[in-house]
Design a protein around this ligand. Structure first.
Ligand SMILES: *Cc1c(COP(=O)(O)O)cnc(C)c1O
Length: 418
């Protein structure tokens, strides 16, 4: 592999997605090498105007009459995600609440649908909120949690997971892309293995949606949740999405019985009687303004196409790995992600004993990665607006920091947000 900057420039010159970069605020003008779009994606340039329109026209002038539009928004943006991003069918995705709350709703609904079973399975290295929700639901219902160990770098071994599956298992909660390493799960095979013992899987797509194809229909996925502020660029605190396979919707009932899931909502009926479709998973008044930004972000991903995004993400990750091997390994940096590009999402993680200090030194040099415990620098490579030369320049600055020992002057004590 040609590791020159000229080779990276040549990749940018032929990148079919290059035109999307200009559609994000700051990309190309703020000078930042922003490698943290898997934590908070950049702002689409069209978002402020879309928000201003919603505020000034729909709220400011339309007032309560705008609910005629707003009432269908969660499902409409859900359909955009379903068909443009997630490989699902219209009517299977709803934008609502946060990932944590949606996970809770689907986990309880799924556990209720498997009466007599007393075990929940999750991955010991999954994102904390997922493990906490599983633990909380288990405690409330008197169930047991089986936390399956996973390799911090390679992700969950399907054989290890298989060993935790039996007829006692009601629900399995897993991430399609591991937040720490970027390791990709085999969604289809895992869903099948769980189904063979009669269990349901709730997939967390937070680090997958907009980065890799998740093909929910083709992979036979029953239930999923994910956030929209990472690769979908919906903005801070943007509502999450949930997916329930159409055939399952009427069999499931979520635990928060709110009026937005109610049949003939404005009849103000006495008893809860949820609608048959995906909207039975809605709870209360939705975040209309925030969902406007989700629509813009998801629209860009749908326009670019998930297959093209994933291909570019793999190529960007490949460049990180090659440069890390060539330049950084002699300084004690090792790869903490799967080496095989087919087993990675769109971020790559490196480990070094001084990872927190390296992260701070990079931020001072215009490179924004993030730090993840215990000793990792995580490089997010959102394919919509990350160039090959951005990766090359960021790695070059990291090489420079390591070579000069510039990171050693930074505090060892971690900040509250890393
Ligand atoms: C980012 C992320 C979340 C975020 O949950 P919130 O409720 O939006 O804070 C949850 N799970 C995973 C796997 C994530 O990566």
């Amino acid at each position: 592999m040609d590791l020159s900057r000229a080779a990276a420039e040549a990749c940018d010159a032929t990148d079919p997605l290059a035109g999307f970069r200009g559609r994000f605020a700051g990309a190309g003008t703020d000078g930042l090498l922003y490698l943290d779009g898997n934590s908070l994606g950049r702002m689409p340039a069209a978002t402020p105007a879309a928000l201003a329109r919603a505020v000034e026209e729909e709220w400011g002038r339309g007032l309560v009459g705008s609910w005629r539009e707003w009432i269908g928004q969660a499902g409409r943006v859900g359909d955009l995600l379903a068909t443009g991003v997630l490989g699902a069918r219209p009517g299977e995705v709803l934008v609502c609440d946060s990932t944590t709350v949606d996970l809770y709703k689907l986990l309880v609904a799924a556990a209720d649908a498997r009466p007599g079973r007393d075990v929940l399975v999750c991955c010991a290295d999954d994102f904390p909120t997922d493990r906490y929700v599983v633990a909380g639901v288990a405690q409330a219902r008197g169930m047991t949690v089986r936390e399956v160990p996973a390799d911090l770098d390679e992700g969950l071994d399907p054989a290890v997971l298989a060993g935790a599956l039996d007829e006692r298992v009601a629900v399995v909660v897993l991430s399609a892309v591991a937040y720490r390493s970027g390791a990709l799960a085999d969604v289809a095979a895992t869903t099948r293995a769980a189904r063979e013992v009669g269990a349901l899987v709730v997939w967390d797509l937070s680090h997958a949606a907009g980065a890799v194809p998740v093909d929910l229909a083709a992979n036979g996925v029953d239930l999923a949740v994910g956030c929209t502020y990472k690769y979908l660029n919906g903005g801070p605190g943007a509502p999450a999405f949930l997916y329930v396979r159409r055939e399952l919707q009427e069999q499931l009932r979520q635990p928060i019985w709110g009026w937005f899931g109610q049949r003939d909502q404005f009849a103000m009926g006495r008893a809860y009687d949820p609608v048959p479709g995906i909207e039975r998973f809605a709870v209360g008044t939705p975040p209309v303004l925030a969902t406007v930004a989700v629509e813009v972000g998801a629209g860009l991903v749908a326009e670019a196409g998930v297959d093209r995004l994933a291909a570019k993400g793999r190529a960007l990750g490949g460049l990180v790995v090659a440069l890390a091997d060539a330049w950084l390994a002699p300084h004690g940096v090792a790869l903490a992600s799967p080496r095989d590009p087919a087993r990675r999402g769109s971020h790559v993680t490196l480990t070094h004993p001084r990872a927190w200090q390296l992260t701070q030194a990079l931020v001072d040099r215009g490179v924004v990665p993030d730090f993840r415990t215990p000793d990792r620098v995580r490089l997010g490579l959102p394919p919509l607006y990350t160039r090959f030369t951005d990766v090359w320049d960021a790695m070059d600055r990291l090489r420079e920091v390591l070579a000069t020992g510039a990171h050693e002057g930074y505090p060892d004590v971690r900040a509250r947000v890393t």
